[in-house]
Design a binder for this molecule. Structure first.
Ligand SMILES: *Cc1c(COP(=O)(O)O)cnc(C)c1O
Length: 384
C-alpha cells in the first residue's frame, strides 16, 4: 500500500520518493542503468518492464495521489489508454464509450478496435441512463471521461461505476482534466484511472507521459500488456515528472481558482454567448460536479458572441497563447474545430455542440487579473 498523508500536498512531496541511501540526499537519484544483475534474482529491473527505481518512485507517488494500490507510468497518455484497453478487451468483447472522449482516444476506438474483433457502442449522451442503455451481454469495459473535452460535460462516476460493478463490467476513467487534486475516481468506484501526464501531472509543457492507477491485480495485468507494447519511459523523463508532481497541488489549486473567477466573469461579458464550466450554477450537471469533485478544474470553454471575429480574437490575444495541449502553468487557448475535433465534419461538430466560435481555455497559474485583462482586450478588439 502506498503511503498517503492527510494533505495531498504532503503526499505529492513525500510519497514514493526513494531516499538517497548513500549520502542522505532528499531526492530520488537518477538511475540510468538499463542492465541489472540476474544471478540469484527472481526478477530484475529493465526499463521496458516498468520496474527501474525511477519508475517505482513516480508510480508510487501518483498511486498515492489517486488513492490506489498500484500504478504504472508510460511514455504517453495514449500509451496508457491503448495498453489498458487491450488488456481488458479481446476478440468477441464489447465496450461502451461516450462520444466526447479525447480525439486520440476517439481515433483509437474507431480505427483500431474492430480490426481486433472488438465491438463498441457510443453512448447517446453523458448520463448514467445512456451508459445503462448501451450495455450488451458481452460488454467488458465502460469508459468514462469527466469533465469532458471540450465542453466540460459531467458524468456521475459513482452511479456508472455501480451499474458496471453489478453487471461484472470494469470501469476505466480518463481523469486528465480534473487531476487527482480535484477528483479521485477510484474512491467513487472506478476501477482503473488513466492520465495523460503530459497535462497537469507534468504541468510545464515539457514532457510527454501517461499514467495508469488501480489495484495490484489490474496494474499487473496492464503491465504485462504494456511490457510487450513497449510504451515505457526514459529515466530522465520519470525524474522530471517526479519533480513536477511535488507542486501539483499548489499549481492545480491556483489554476482552479483562476478558472472559476474567469468563468464567472466571462459569463457576464457581452462578447461571450455561453460559458461551459462545471463550477457555474448554470452548468447542466453542476450538482453532480459539486458532489464528486473537490474543485471544478482549470479547463473551461466559451462560445464567442456572433459579432466577434473568431480568427481575429485568437490573433489579438497577447498574454494567452493559442496552442494545442493543456494543463500547464501558462494559460493557453485552443479552437477545438481547428485542432482536437478537426476530424469531425461541420455537421458532426454542430451535433456535438462544438462551434467554430467555441474556444477552450486551459487556465494557468498567472494572476487572474492579467488573464482577464488580456481576454477583455482581445474580445473588444475583435468586434465584427
Ligand atoms: C492529451 C490527452 C490524452 C492523450 O495524451 P498524450 O500524452 O498526448 O498521449 C488523453 N486524454 C486526454 C483527456 C487528453 O487531454
Amino acid at each position: 500500500m502506498n503511503k498517503s498523508y492527510k494533505d495531498l500536498n504532503t503526499t505529492a512531496v513525500h510519497s514514493g520518493t526513494l531516499a538517497q541511501m548513500e549520502d542522505g540526499g532528499v531526492l530520488t537519484p537518477l538511475y540510468m542503468s538499463t542492465a541489472y544483475p540476474y544471478l540469484g534474482q527472481d526478477s530484475f529491473p529493465y526499463p521496458r518492464y516498468f520496474n527501474i527505481p525511477n519508475h517505482e518512485a513516480v508510480a508510487q507517488k501518483v498511486a498515492a495521489l489517486e488513492a490506489t494500490e498500484s500504478g504504472l507510468i508510460l511514455s504517453s497518455g495514449m500509451a496508457a489508454i491503448s495498453s489498458t484497453l487491450f488488456t481488458f478487451l479481446r476478440a468477441g468483447d464489447h465496450a461502451v464509450f461516450p462520444k466526447s472522449v479525447y480525439g486520440g482516444t476517439f481515433s483509437l476506438i474507431s480505427k483500431q478496435l474492430e480490426r481486433f474483433g472488438i465491438s463498441y457502442s457510443w453512448t447517446r449522451d453523458e448520463s448514467t441512463a445512456a451508459f445503462a442503455e448501451a450495455i450488451q451481454p458481452n460488454t467488458k469495459v465502460i469508459y468514462l471521461e469527466t469533465p469532458s473535452n471540450p465542453l466540460l460535460k459531467v458524468t456521475d462516476i459513482r452511479s456508472v461505476a455501480n451499474l458496471a460493478k453489478k453487471a461484472g463490467i470494469i470501469t476505466l476513467i480518463d481523469n486528465t482534466f480534473a487531476s487527482p487534486i480535484n477528483q479521485t475516481p477510484h474512491r467513487l468506484g472506478a476501477d482503473v484511472v488513466i492520465h495523460s501526464a503530459t497535462k497537469y501531472l507534468g504541468g510545464h509543457s515539457d514532457i510527454t507521459a501517461g499514467a495508469v492507477l488501480g489495484s495490484h491485480e489490474h496494474i499487473l495485468a496492464i503491465r504485462n500488456t504494456a511490457k510487450v507494447f513497449g510504451g515505457s519511459m526514459a529515466p530522465e523523463t520519470l525524474y522530471m515528472l517526479e519533480r513536477s508532481l511535488k507542486t501539483l497541488g499548489i499549481r492545480v489549486n491556483q489554476q482552479t481558482q483562476n478558472a472559476l473567477h474567469l468563468a464567472q466573469w466571462l459569463e457576464n461579458h457581452n462578447k461571450v454567448a455561453r460559458v461551459h464550466y462545471p463550477g457555474l450554477v448554470t452548468h447542466p450537471n453542476h450538482s453532480v460536479a459539486k458532489a464528486q469533485m473537490k474543485g471544478f478544474g482549470a479547463m473551461l470553454s466559451f462560445d464567442l458572441a456572433p459579432d466577434v471575429d473568431v480568427q481575429g480574437f485568437q490573433q489579438n490575444l497577447q498574454l494567452i497563447s493559442p496552442v494545442i495541449s493543456l494543463g500547464a502553468v501558462e494559460t493557453t487557448l485552443t479552437s477545438p474545430t481547428l485542432t482536437s475535433h478537426a476530424s469531425l465534419n461541420p455537421k458532426q461538430q454542430v451535433a456535438e455542440g462544438i462551434l467554430e466560435a467555441t474556444m477552450r481555455l486551459s487556465v494557468g497559474i498567472e494572476g487572474y487579473e492579467d488573464l482577464q485583462e488580456d481576454l477583455d482586450q482581445a474580445l473588444n478588439a475583435s468586434e465584427l
